[in-house]
Design a protein around this ligand. Structure first.
Ligand SMILES: Nc1ncnc2c1ncn2[C@@H]1O[C@H](COP(=O)(O)OP(=O)(O)OP(=O)(O)O)[C@@H](O)[C@H]1O
Length: 230
C-alpha cells in the first residue's frame, strides 16, 4: 500500500505535536526513531485512522480512508490490551473479529506460533503473563492478520534479547510480499538490523529520512549524527 501524508498538523490545545510537510510509505520496513514526545505514536495512530489530524491529508493508494482500507491496516499500540482469555484465544481474536473461517484461523495460527516459544503460555490466562510474554502474544495476534500495512509501536520494548531477535524475524516476514511495516522503536541497533527506510522525528517534525543505508552514511542533522554516534 502506498500511503502519502501531506501537510499533517496535529495540535493538543496550544501545543503542536505533529507538523509534517510530506512523507510517503511504500513497501518494506520503515523505522521511526526520535525522542520521547516527538510525535511518533501520534503519526502512526493518524495513519491507522485511530486519531484525526487537525489539518492535512493522508492518502492510501490515492484514496481517503474507508472501510476496506481500514481492514488492510493493523496497528499495535504501545500498550496492547489483551483479553483475560488464554493466549491462544488472544492470538486468534483479531481473526475471529474479522470473521475468518475455522480452517483459516488454524492455518494462520500454525504458520506463526513457532516464531516464539509459547507452548508454556498457551494454557495461561493472559492477565497472568509477564510483560515480555504479553508482548509476544500481542505481536503474534498482529502478525496472523497478514494486513497489507502493519504499524507497530515499540513491540519489543519489554522483550529479552533472544525474543527481540525472534520478533525481528517476524517483523521482516510481515513486510514480505510487497507489504509495509512502520515500526516505532528507540533501539537504533534494531533499526540498523531491519530497517529499509528510516525516519527521525523531533518536536513533531521529520528531521531526517531516507533509506537506512543513505541515512547511516550521510546524516545531515546534528541530533541524528549524535544518535547514530557519527
Ligand atoms: N491525548 C493527548 N492529549 C494531550 N497531549 C497528548 C495526547 N496524546 C499525546 N499527547 C502529547 O503529544 C506529544 C507526542 O506524543 P507521542 O505519544 O506521539 O510521542 P512519541 O514520540 O510516541 O513518544 P514516546 O517515545 O515517549 O512514546 C507528547 O508531548 C504527548 O504528551
Amino acid at each position: 500500500m502506498h500511503v502519502k501524508v501531506e501537510n499533517a498538523v496535529k495540535d493538543y490545545g496550544s501545543s503542536r505535536v505533529l507538523d509534517i510537510e510530506s512523507i510517503e510509505f511504500k513497501k518494506g520496513i520503515y523505522v521511526i526513531l526520535g525522542s520521547n514526545g516527538s510525535g511518533k505514536s501520534t503519526l502512526i495512530s493518524c495513519i491507522a485512522g485511530l486519531n484525526e489530524l487537525n489539518s492535512g491529508n493522508i492518502f492510501y493508494d490515492g484514496k481517503k480512508m474507508d472501510f476496506a482500507i481500514r481492514n488492510s491496516i493493523c496497528i499495535q499500540v504501545q500498550k496492547p490490551y489483551l483479553f483475560n482469555k488464554s493466549s491462544y484465544e488472544n492470538i486468534v481474536s483479531g481473526l475471529k473479529f474479522r470473521k475468518s473461517s475455522r480452517e483459516e484461523i488454524e492455518t494462520r495460527y500454525n504458520k506463526y506460533k513457532d516464531y516464539f516459544e509459547i507452548e508454556e503460555l498457551l494454557s495461561k490466562k493472559s492477565w497472568w503473563l509477564s510483560g515480555g510474554e504479553r508482548a509476544k502474544i500481542a505481536l503474534l495476534r498482529t502478525a496472523v492478520l497478514e494486513t497489507e500495512m502493519t504499524l507497530l509501536d515499540e513491540p519489543t520494548a519489554a522483550m529479552d534479547i533472544e525474543s527481540s531477535m525472534r520478533a525481528e524475524n517476524l517483523i521482516k516476514d510481515m513486510a514480505k510480499d510487497n507489504r509495509t511495516v512502520i515500526l516505532v522503536t528507540h533501539d537504533v541497533y534494531q533499526a540498523k538490523r531491519i530497517a529499509n527506510h528510516v525516519i527521525f522525528m523531533d518536536k513533531g517534525r521529520i528531521i531526517e529520512m531516507g533509506s537506512m543505508e543513505h541515512v547511516l552514511n550521510n546524516p545531515t542533522n546534528k541530533l541524528v549524527k549524535q544518535i547514530l554516534n557519527i
